[in-house]
Ligand binder design. Structure first.
Ligand SMILES: C[S@@+](CC[C@H](N)C(=O)[O-])C[C@H]1O[C@@H](n2cnc3c(N)ncnc32)[C@H](O)[C@@H]1O
Length: 201
């Protein structure tokens, strides 16, 4: 039987046994990158934070330890990832400090002006209707709320570059501006072949 495994599709929506393995690998190898960046940020007291495309939930897990007074929310469209994220965060969920929801971008099932911070870590390249998705992110952010995108930034012309839907810094800025974000900054120096984008509502 031909294997259904394809890295590109598993990244977009981890499924089945392979998806579970991919979820564990992402948890193991990617989270430290984000935590590194996060250590430079000041999180407001009693912040509400939403991690979109939360995958296996390891970043939320680290955040729940680092920022005890925050309430954390994860959203992912993969049932496998929602299950894994809930499992590794069982304690915080039982303490009503964390909520993991299954939903598909561009839909965000939360009220206007709910979050202080929204993170999108290695996920925006998979979102359909990216302009609408950014508008939705803006909608659920409080005024002066903050969107943090950390994403791979493949070399122009490479196989992965052909797959990512936002091709360069300018496009990130244009799309976020078009969706109503005000102050937008990009950083290509944080880590080789990665981009950090910060935008304020
Ligand atoms: C490459 S993984 C990254 C997971 C995690 N943020 C990390 O960096 O370890 C991308 C994640 O985004 C989720 N995702 C992709 N498209 C999505 C969409 N339209 N709505 C919600 N989640 C989505 C996938 O299911 C997957 O868990």
């Amino acid at each position: 039987m031909k294997s259904k495994f394809k890295l590109s599709t598993q990244g977009a929506k981890p499924e089945g046994l392979i998806g579970k393995i991919v979820g564990h690998l992402m948890n193991r190898f990617q989270t430290s990158i984000y935590i590194d960046y996060f250590s430079h940020l000041t999180i407001p007291i009693n912040a509400k934070i939403l991690d979109i495309g939360c995958g296996g939930g390891k970043f939320l897990n680290c955040l729940s330890k680092a920022s005890k007074n925050s309430t954390l929310y994860g959203l992912d469209h993969s049932p496998e990832m929602v299950k894994l994220a809930r499992r590794i965060n069982q304690k915080a969920i039982e303490q009503a400090r964390m909520y993991i929801t299954r939903s598909s971008m561009p839909e965000i099932p939360f009220e206007n002006s709910t979050f202080d911070l929204v993170t999108a870590l290695e996920t925006v390249q998979f979102w359909p209707g990216i302009d609408l998705a950014f508008q939705e992110v803006r909608r659920v952010l409080k005024n002066n709320g903050f969107l943090l995108i950390i994403n791979r930034f493949p070399k122009e012309g490479s196989k992965w570059w052909k797959r990512v839907q936002i091709k360069n810094e300018k496009e990130y800025i244009q799309k976020l501006k078009k969706s109503g974000f005000n102050s937008i900054a990009t950083d290509l120096n944080f880590k080789n072949s990665w981009i950090v984008v910060e935008a304020i509502k």
